[in-house]
Design a protein around this ligand. Structure first.
Ligand SMILES: Nc1ncnc2c1ncn2[C@@H]1O[C@H](COP(=O)(O)OP(=O)(O)OP(=O)(O)O)[C@@H](O)[C@H]1O
Length: 828
């Protein structure tokens, strides 16, 4: 070809590649390979099927004629058109079933002259069914393999024997299209043009269509020479040869041109035919593209659905994994807990095992000990058996003894009965005696009251104010200095006289002596002991216990023995003390305790309270104040009203001191403590204790309150034990300054004491008690007629103290001469 125009037949070679299918070698091969199928084919190129009837009819009708549709004939646009057209023009029979079945997809129909490939199966109604059909792998595989699958024996395609060109070839496909036999065949017709496919399947059939299209086109190219370019070329023949003619050969040249013109016209017609074929092919390809896009959308939808399912599956998987993790953690926890429990149980079991082992060991030891003990017991049993046999003999002996003892017992029972009778008699006697004792005790109480009265009468007879004189012995250097005592005691029997001999020189220088006799209630010579003194005092102490106010005071010059008489030695303390040298105060308290104990048997109960004060320069000082508390007179004088000691009369008429420390004296030892406390406070109050004690009056007061629970009697006694300050005369003392002031205060108070006693003696209506603190304090004890007063006048036997001794004795004589009225007992 020199024209450069590609012949139309060459275009038909391309469809062999459409659909990716290798073109079949020939339709004869297909028919040959399908001969062994299940179908029965007729030799004339038609297939005979028992069903579907319509397909068989169609096949026979098609196979019976050479469909050589002109190229210019317009092809039907759908299968229905084909069917309709073929029913009318080609005698196609369509069964009612097939008629009623709607067509899902309509493949483009290639126009007449092309090979027609019709599938008898009616397409499913919808894509889902189509998809379902396509999901069948066997069918898809068979179909996508195109001609190769068709030619394969397993597909079960029946084929006819070498159908002639332009005949319809029907191939049965079993698996791809389900069990409907009417659908499982493909009708392929060659009508001298491109292959026409009518398939209910979408992709599969389009693929098949492609395959058969290529096949058909190839066949059209190869086998139908009239439709191919080659065929056209053959029909056209070679182009006319334009011979070189001379210009003069106009006729020849015109002939050549006419030949060439005819050739070109023919060529043009062929080209138009090829163009139409290509248009059909293009339309078919567009339909395939639409089908593919449709399939693509379906696939995309399915992919999306699958992705959703995948997401759901992933979420489900994640949830399941989370649950599995949770269960795993729970299982791990449970495992840990079980391990811990197992460990605890193991430890417990180990402990139990140890305990059991220990118990086993102990049991073993116990068993061994028991065995040993058992052995010993057995030995003991053997020994006891011998003993029992021996005791059996002894028992017989004992039984005989027992009989003798029973006889003795009966005798003793008789004796016991007699004694019981005696005991009853004695109990009666005891009861009688108890009654007598009660009578006696009542009598004793009555006699105690009588004793008190008699005692008081005796004391009154002795005088409500008495004076004892005590002369202390010479001490130390005094013994050497005094060769002759100025005192003498003429009445050794009554011991109530003392004579003081005072020596002096007259104006002529002649030494003269004068004797002053004194008589008191009792005179204690220097050799008198503390016991002797207290024996005389104890009767007054008893009076205080009986409920009388008693006042015992010691009067005398400094160093005459007042403190020694009232308290005892200077260094008296609460600690151990020789009772022989104790003074009146501790002895009085001791006696009171002893007597209150005895009186308890007679129904008396007593309470004792004590106070201890001193009067210094007419100021009261509390000697029992707690240690360290100021007892300085200056503090009191400073106006400390809270602790200022003031004398007053209480509601019962008893003299009391405000703010004074009152101590319960519940034991004799308490008195020692009390005296020690007083001595300590005195030490604090003065740099020189002896000096201080010489210049102050110390007053110990004991209140005795008694109540008889049997008789209902009660009594309140007061015992004042007073150690007066030294009674030195002011003219003889030679004092000055503070000492002079002290001496004046002392003399004043002592003078007031004398004035009070004198007034009491005279029976004056006014008793000047309040002239001094001392008399004010002792007002109750120096009361008009209701007190018992004892004055100790202490005398220093030294010759140098003769004058002071004389003064003291003269003062004591004045006091002793007083007769104070009968004392009244303060008893209820
Ligand atoms: N009867 C006595 N037997 C032995 N010694 C005594 C006797 N009487 C007093 N004395 C001693 O004499 C000294 C002075 O006695 P005491 O202190 O009792 O005198 P006083 O009158 O109390 O003196 P002051 O007024 O200074 O207190 C003391 O050492 C005391 O021991």
């Amino acid at each position: 070809m020199t024209t450069g125009i590609r012949p139309p037949g060459s275009m038909l070679k391309q469809p062999s590649k459409i659909g990716g299918l290798r073109p079949p070698t020939s339709l004869a091969t297909v028919a040959a390979s399908a001969t062994n199928g299940k179908r029965k084919l007729v030799d004339d190129g038609a297939e005979t099927y028992s069903r579907p009837q319509s397909a068989a009819s169609l096949s026979s009708q098609i196979s019976g004629r050479q469909l050589k549709a002109p190229v210019s004939k317009a092809p039907p646009h759908n299968v229905e058109t084909i069917h309709a057209g073929r029913r009318s023009s080609q005698g196609f029979k369509v069964t009612p079933k097939q008629e009623n079945r709607p067509v899902g997809v309509t493949q483009p129909v290639i126009g007449a002259g092309a090979k027609v490939s019709a599938v008898g199966r009616v397409a499913p109604r919808n894509v889902a069914k189509v998809g379902a059909a396509r999901r069948l792998p066997a069918s898809r595989t068979a179909i996508t393999k195109g001609r190769a699958a068709v030619t394969g024996a397993p597909s079960g395609i029946a084929k006819s024997n070498q159908p002639p060109h332009g005949s319809i070839k029907r191939r049965r496909i079993d698996a791809p299209f389900g069990s409907d036999n009417s659908a499982n065949f493909i009708t392929t017709g060659s009508i001298g043009g491109p292959t026409l496919h009518t398939s209910p399947s979408l992709k599969g059939m389009s693929t098949i269509g492609n395959g058969f299209l290529g096949e058909s086109l190839g066949a059209a190219e190869d086998e139908d020479g009239s439709d191919s370019d080659d065929g056209d070329d053959d029909e056209l023949g070679p182009p006319p040869v334009m011979r070189a003619r001379p210009d003069s050969d106009v006729k020849g040249r015109l002939k050549d041109l006419e030949a060439w013109s005819a050739y070109m016209i023919k060529k043009h017609q062929t080209t138009r035919k090829t163009k139409k074929l290509l248009s059909v092919k293009l339309e078919h390809n567009s339909t395939q593209v639409t089908q593919l896009e449709y399939d693509k959308k379906i696939l995309e939808a399915k992919i999306q659905e699958t992705e959703k399912q995948a997401i759901a599956v992933q979420e489900s998987l994640a949830e399941r994994q989370r649950q599995l993790q949770e269960e795993k953690r729970k299982h791990e926890d449970e495992t840990d807990e079980l391990q811990r429990q197992f460990k605890r149980q193991a430890e417990k079991m180990e402990d139990d095992y140890r305990l059991l082992k220990k118990a086993s060991r102990e049991l073993q030891e116990s068993l061994d000990a028991t065995k040993t003990s058992l052995k010993a017991k057995r030995d003991e049993c053997v020994r006891l058996e011998g003993t029992i046999s021996k005791q059996a003999s002894d028992q017989l002996e004992l039984e005989s003894n027992c009989r003798g003892l029973r006889a003795k017992l009966e005798h003793l029972e008789d004796v016991a009965n007699e004694r019981e009778i005696r005991i009853a008699e004695l109990e009666e006697d005891v009861a009688s005696r108890d009654h007598s004792i009660d009578i006696l005790e009542a009598k004793l109480r009555s006699e105690e009251s009588m004793r008190r009265k008699l005692h008081n009468t005796i004391q009154e007879l002795k005088g409500n104010i008495r004076v004892f004189c005590r002369v202390r012995p010479l001490l130390g250097e005094e013994k050497a200095a005094a060769s002759l005592l100025p005192l003498s005691f003429p009445d050794c029997e009554d011991q109530n006289e003392v004579e003081l001999m005072q020596s002096s020189e007259n104006a002529l220088g002649k030494s003269t002596s004068k004797t002053f006799p004194f008589k008191f209630d009792r005179v204690f010579a220097p050799d008198s002991s503390q016991n002797m003194v207290f024996d005389e005092v104890s009767q007054l102490i008893q009076s205080a216990l009986d409920g009388y106010p008693v006042c015992i005071f010691a009067y005398g010059q400094t160093g005459s023995g007042k403190t020694h008489t009232m308290q005892g030695p200077d260094a008296i303390s609460a600690s151990g003390m020789d009772e022989e040298i104790l003074g009146i105060i501790p002895r009085a308290v001791k006696q009171i305790y002893e007597n209150t104990s005895k009186l308890t048997e007679r129904g008396w109960e007593y309470s004792l309270e004590g106070q201890f004060l001193e009067i210094y320069n007419e100021t009261l000082q509390d000697l029992l104040a707690p240690s360290g508390r100021s007892t300085q007179a200056s503090d009191k004088q400073a106006g400390d009203k809270q602790s200022k000691l003031d004398i007053y009369q209480d509601n019962e008429g008893h003299t009391r001191v405000k703010n004074l420390t009152m101590v319960k004296v519940d034991s004799a030892e308490r008195v020692h403590w009390l005296l020690a406390r007083a001595a300590e406070n005195r030490t604090v109050a003065a740099t020189n204790c002896n000096e201080r004690s010489s210049r102050s009056h110390s007053v110990f007061t004991l209140y005795l309150r008694g109540k008889n629970t049997l008789t209902g009697e009660s009594s309140t006694g007061v015992l004042n034990l007073i150690d007066l300050a030294g009674s030195e005369r002011l003219s003889n003392s030679g004092s000055s300054g503070d000492r002079l002031k002290e001496t004046q205060a002392i003399n004043k108070s002592l003078a007031c004491l004398g004035d009070v006693i004198a007034a009491l003696a005279k029976g004056s209506r006014h008793i000047p008690y309040r002239n001094s603190k001392l008399t004010h304090l002792l007002q109750e004890s120096l009361g008009a007629g209701n007190s018992k007063t004892l004055m100790f006048v202490c005398v220093n036997p030294s010759p140098g103290s003769t004058q002071e001794s004389l003064c003291s004795l003269q003062f004591a004589t004045k006091v002793n001469s007083c007769q104070i009225g009968t004392a009244r007992r303060q008893a209820a």
